[in-house]
Design a protein around this ligand. Structure first.
Ligand code: ADP
Length: 174
């Protein structure tokens, strides 16, 4: 029987508990889940591709049927090259829907053989985003409820100890 392989693409800058929850739930549905770090999103990144891959690999190490890699270019093309039949995305708030819908329809046109499945976030992660994790950390807040210890450590290494004067640090990340 054909293995059901799904690709979960994103920037993951950095990975947080909302992403981890979606990966866990997708890994329970599919035989194999590939979490794919998009190398050049139209966003200012805090972490390099290698760092984002390393953080995801550590954060998802407990899931035996999950692998992490990086990619460039068209997501459907990369999915096809990996033998994935499905793209997984997470949905938080209504504002996510418009973008996800547009992306799903575009990907449907580019790759009719690849379908998109959106998993609803959990209540406790509905407000969580990578930008929020970075902003709260930079402003001196506790992010241990938002992201795993490995990410908190990486933020510490990257931005230094939390400071009360977060304005300057957070403005370079937005
Ligand atoms: P993008 O792919 O738009 O750069 P991210 O890398 O932050 O965004 O997220 C990758 C995927 O994970 C997207 O589908 C996004 O909607 C989803 N996601 C992000 N945060 C959460 C969350 N708190 N709960 C559920 N899904 C989420």
């Amino acid at each position: 029987m054909t293995q059901k392989i799904a690709l979960y693409p994103g920037s993951f800058d950095p990975v947080h508990y909302g992403h981890i929850d979606i990966a866990q739930r997708a890994a329970a549905i599919f035989d194999h889940l590939i979490v794919a770090v998009y190398e050049n999103p139209k966003k200012t990144l805090l972490f390099s591709t290698q760092e984002r891959v390393a953080l995801l690999t550590a954060a998802l190490a407990h899931l035996p049927n999950v692998t992490v890699c990086a990619y460039r270019g068209l997501t459907v093309k990369f999915a096809r090259s990996q033998g994935a039949q499905v793209l997984v995305r997470g949905l938080r708030v209504i504002s996510d829907f418009e973008l996800e819908y547009q992306m799903a329809l575009t990907n449907q046109q580019l790759g009719p053989d690849i379908d998109t499945i959106c998993l609803m976030t959990r209540n406790e992660h509905a407000f969580l985003s990578a930008s929020l994790v970075k902003e709260v950390f930079a402003a001196g807040g506790d992010v241990s409820q938002m992201a795993p210890p490995v990410v908190v450590e990486a933020l510490l290494q990257k931005l230094g100890p939390r400071n009360a004067n977060g304005v300057e640090v957070s403005s370079i990340m937005l």
